[in-house]
Ligand binder design. Structure first.
Ligand code: CP
Ligand code: NVA
Length: 330
């Protein structure tokens, strides 16, 4: 039977079957071909979407805007500073208003419960643009990039290094389990994903014929990896004071030349971005001044190396987000 996700929300990959994820990846490839060949695809003309951001963004916001405009839609961007959201109006009330005006709503914010509430109240599809727990639109871009670079998903050895219980660690563990990649979280025990989510991922992985492993051992965790993935050590919404502890916990989990050399020769390096790989950002400079660390989760050498696919990955955000919008609204 064909896959049909019209009218559905896109809140976390746990809600989607491997067949539905496959459908979204294939649709993304179609949209990428159309975009690259300059073929117009204004399939959703007359529809309008709104993008709600309670945290900052470059890739996700711009991908939703370009995807929406390419599909011929009207796009509105709202942040807490330019709307009543949060301060004067609850998420539930905001959802009920915006659901009357728009055909779809993107939301980036804090607790996953907020986007789930928004979805329950909106009456139109809601897309999660990142919460503290999950980042599901990033997952499609990451899977698409791996498939483009390595030619397959099933059986790929995927290692995530860093804060493995943040939105990226959680989401990548579920994405890999669903699509048959062997997932390893290589992190200090304090930053392992929650036990309940690991159990859930392991049960999914057993059905897909792959493994979910947690290890503190960098050598064992990165050995023969096809993909080495990392993320910033302190996520949006976390207190500034956390940097000190996080650096202490994660400095041995930096992706550097030794890590890449321990992985397969054909291994690729991935990062959702933004990244602290030098001191050319305000925070990067502050950390260097305070802690003497000029590169954090990844060295500049690896970030700029031929193994790094981070900008292809960033481009794929747009093609995959377009697929999600189209498939849920068409
Ligand atoms: N990867 C990602 O979500 O980037 P932004 O925070 O810039 O949207
Ligand atoms: N873990 C990061 C991901 C950014 C895309 C954050 O939440 O800030």
């Amino acid at each position: 039977m064909g896959v049909n996700i019209r009218g559905r929300h896109y809140l976390k990959l746990l809600d989607y079957t491997p067949e539905e994820i496959r459908y979204l990846l294939d649709l993304s490839k179609d949209f990428k071909r159309l975009k690259r060949s300059g073929t117009p695809h204004r399939y959703l003309e007359g529809k309008n979407i709104v993008l709600l951001f309670e945290k900052t963004s470059t890739r996700t916001r711009c991908s939703f805007e370009v995807a929406g405009m390419d599909l011929g839609m009207g796009v509105t961007y709202l942040d807490p500073g330019s709307s009543q959201m949060g301060k004067k109006e609850s998420i539930a009330d905001t959802a009920r208003v915006l659901g009357r005006l728009y055909d779809g709503i993107e939301y980036r914010g804090f607790d996953q419960e907020l986007v789930e509430t928004l979805a329950a109240c909106a009456g139109v599809p809601v897309w999660n643009g990142l919460t503290d727990q999950f980042h599901p639109t990033q997952m499609l871009a990451d899977l698409l990039t791996i498939e483009e670079k390595l030619g397959r998903l099933k059986g790929v050895n995927f290692t995530f290094m860093g804060d493995a219980r943040n939105n990226m660690g959680n989401s990548l563990m579920i994405a890999c389990a669903k699509m048959g990649l062997n997932f390893t979280a290589c992190a200090p025990r304090e930053l392992f994903p929650a036990e309940s989510l690991v159990k859930e991922a392991q049960a999914i992985a057993a059905e897909s014929g792959c493994r979910v492993t947690l290890t503190e051992d960098v050598k064992a965790g990165t050995k023969d990896a096809d993909v080495i993935y990392t993320d910033i050590w302190v996520s949006m919404g976390e207190a500034e004071e956390i940097w000190e502890t996080r650096i202490r916990l994660l400095k041995d989990y930096q992706v550097n030349r030794a890590v890449m050399d321990n992985a397969k020769d054909t291994a690729i390096f991935m990062h959702c971005l933004p990244s602290f790989h030098d001191t050319k950002t305000t925070i990067g400079r502050q950390i260097a001044d305070k802690f003497g660390l000029e590169e954090m989760e990844v060295t500049d050498e690896v970030f700029e190396s031929r193994q790094s696919v981070v900008f292809d990955e960033a481009e794929n955000r747009m093609h995959t987000i377009k697929a999600v919008i189209y498939a849920t609204l068409c």
